[in-house]
Ligand binder design. Structure first.
Ligand code: GTP
Ligand code: MG
Length: 610
């Protein structure tokens, strides 16, 4: 049966393994060129924004880029000192969006690190822009930044890691059933049919019995939600069922010819993107579910209100490069080839811009409701007449097996914790990123720093003797204070602790934002399964998106599509590693006002701020 990731931290980001893409840099270059040109001369017919230095047309009263009002700034410019403007800027000069951002983000920052999904996350936001290769922009970021010293951080040094010798049992045993583990995130816009598809697959593959299915159907019908019967297999909470939406990631399992698949059914509603992140950050590959019906596809792909694009960006930035696009609800459009082709064309362009390669995209038209093209070829004559590609299960089996770090010290970001207070027992759940574990293994849990022992292990809801990199496991622990093991923590080898820090240097790619990022901007920082309040303490440099070289030192602000090196100070320390050392702990996302505004990687762990 599915397991709910009921807490939920946020997390994420990635990684650009960005080896792939081409990016349209024209706009970026135009902006840079304008910046360079404008420095020495005061131009006629334009006024320069003292915040972002953009040259605005003389007849505008607010900066086109960052929205700062002109009139108080004209005086300041005439004094020739834009710094003065910064210092003297009263709160009334702050663009309303910035003010909103401060007041909205701060309260949630003081919240516990354990994610609380709520409408607070859902502040309406503007998601402008056309498809762009934003993720690919990080392609050019070389990940060789040297590690900063970290007085405040316990770091497992490269040298000591090199000395680590894995034991024989930690390496995969070919004699086992031969199926590889595949963590498969199901993502996409709200109501596209992710849970219905997941439930249908589980039922068809024998993970949900007919009796259980009958029960879901009866219950769903009695609540007037008959069409949600398959989704109910994943949407277990009363609130999810009542509202007809997924709120937290559900974890379920099925086997194919090639894989033990761990299904991570994500919420599509924008309020729950942080939850989507915490689950989908464990993904090796993804199914992007798209609703083919007229109006629904258009709403999902819309940059302002749709989640298709944000999910695709996020999933790519988690390092996922293989994606199956399931064009669902084809029954509603009578299995029309024209509709399929039109959607495919539009989404292909967008996915390319995110950095997905054509050869790693698979397109499958299907209907979860009518069981067309899921685990067998379709039998609908219309679909059969034109579709000759793989059915969904075949597409899953065609995915390349992920590579795993078996020979590194064990490391698992804790995604979920199950406590049995009365028995003093605690289990940590998550995906083992590196190394292996078995009963009796000693483990260190950070940031608390407690050491204990593995009592027993469960994989795919069944007890197992050994767990290895890639496995999604529940680890029953002993020797720990049950309250010291928390989602968002990291379980690691006692001799190879990860770093714990609140001061980080990041290399980021800014997404489509309307409000620029400034020094002092308050943001939500997401890394693996943690969400933490953060402040931008420095914008060190703007990078050339093609070469990754520094284009400008200490720019005043960052706008859409720019890549940059920045420093952030977090309210609380988190477990973190430089991306070059550990991808899983080195990918970060910045969010504000309910939207992901930047994706990036940790390039340095810095000293604790004064
Ligand atoms: P969130 O998790 O809230 O983002 O939604 P979801 O993507 O999981 O969608 P869900 O599975 O809850 O389905 C939403 C609605 O779409 C339900 O009423 C389903 O019955 C319906 N639906 C799902 N798949 C199909 C399909 O193939 N055809 C038709 N006609 N309806 C479908
Ligand atoms: Mg759902």
């Amino acid at each position: 049966m599915p397991r709910k990731v009921s807490y939920g931290l946020d997390y994420d980001d990635d990684a650009y393994d960005y080896e792939d893409y081409d990016y349209d840099y024209d706009e970026q270059e135009t902006y840079e060129a304008a910046q360079t040109k404008q420095q020495p001369l005061k131009k006629v017919g334009v006024w320069q924004c003292p915040i972002c230095t953009y040259d605005n047309e003389d007849d505008t009263s607010a900066c086109d880029i960052c929205g700062v009002l002109r009139s108080p700034l004209v005086k300041a410019c005439s004094n020739g000192s834009s710094d003065t403007v910064k210092v003297n800027r009263s709160s009334s000069d702050v663009p309303s969006k910035l003010k909103q951002e401060k007041s909205t983000v701060l309260p949630s920052q003081s919240a516990s690190k354990v994610y609380v999904s709520s409408e607070e996350d859902a502040v309406s936001s503007k998601d402008g822009g056309q498809p762009q290769s934003l993720t690919s922009n990080l392609n050019s970021m070389n990940l060789n930044a040297k590690a900063g010293s970290s007085k405040n951080a316990r770091t497992r040094g490269a040298a000591s890691q090199a000395k680590y010798k894995p034991e024989k049992w930690m390496l995969p045993d070919q004699a086992e059933d031969g199926l590889a583990q595949l963590n498969l995130a199901i993502v996409g816009h709200v109501d596209s049919g992710k849970s219905t598809l997941s439930g249908r697959l589980l039922h068809l593959l024998g993970q949900i019995t007919h009796k259980e299915m009958h029960k879901y159907e009866k219950e769903a019908k009695s609540m007037g939600k008959g069409s949600f019967a398959y989704a109910w297999a994943l949407d277990e909470s009363a609130e999810e069922r009542e509202r007809g939406i997924t709120m937290t990631v559900a974890v379920a399992y099925f086997d194919t010819n090639k894989y033990h698949v761990v299904v991570l059914d994500s919420p599509g509603h924008r309020d729950f993107v942080p939850n989507m992140i915490t689950g989908a950050t464990q993904a090796d590959a993804a199914i992007l579910v798209i609703d083919a019906s007229v109006g629904a596809f258009e709403a999902g792909i819309d940059s302002f209100g749709g989640q298709t694009k944000e999910h695709a960006h996020l999933i790519r930035s988690f390092g996922v490069d293989q994606i199956i696009v399931a064009i669902n609800k084809m029954d509603v459009v009578h299995y029309s080839r024209d509709r399929f082709d039109a959607i495919k064309q539009q989404v292909t362009m967008f996915l390319r811009s995110c950095g997905f390669k054509d050869s790693f995209m698979t397109w499958v038209p299907l209907s979860a409701m009518e069981n067309q093209n899921l685990i067998a070829p379709p039998n609908d004559p219309q679909l059969l007449s034109w579709y000759k590609g793989p059915y969904l299960l075949e597409a899953i089996d065609s995915l390349q097996p992920p590579t795993r770090d078996y020979s590194k010290p064990v490391l698992m970001p804790i995604c979920d914790v199950v406590r049995l207070q009365s028995a003093g027992q605690v289990s940590a759940c998550g995906k083992l990123e590196t190394g292996g574990l078995r009963s009796g293994s000693k483990v260190l849990v950070l940031p608390s720093g407690d050491i204990g022992t593995v009592r027993s292990l469960e994989r795919n809801s069944q007890s197992c003797s050994v767990a290895r990199a890639g496995d999604n496991v529940s680890i029953s622990l002993q020797g720990f204070d049950v309250n010291q093991v928390m989602a968002g923590g990291v379980l690691c080898h006692p001799d190879f602790p990860v770093a714990v820090s609140n001061n980080l240097e990041l290399k980021i790619l800014v997404l489509d934002i309307a409000t620029p990022i400034l020094v002092g901007s308050q943001l939500e920082f997401h890394i693996h399964h943690v969400k933490e309040a953060a402040r931008v303490s420095k914008i060190s440099s703007l990078l050339d998106p093609k070469t990754g070289n520094v284009k400008k030192v200490m720019p005043r602000c960052l706008t859409a599509k720019q890549s940059a090196i920045i420093e952030v100070v977090l309210e609380e320390s988190v477990c973190v590693e430089e991306f070059s050392k550990c991808k899983a702990l080195g990918r970060a996302f910045l969010r504000s006002m309910g939207r992901t505004i930047a994706v990036g990687i940790v390039t340095k762990i810095l000293d604790q701020p004064e």
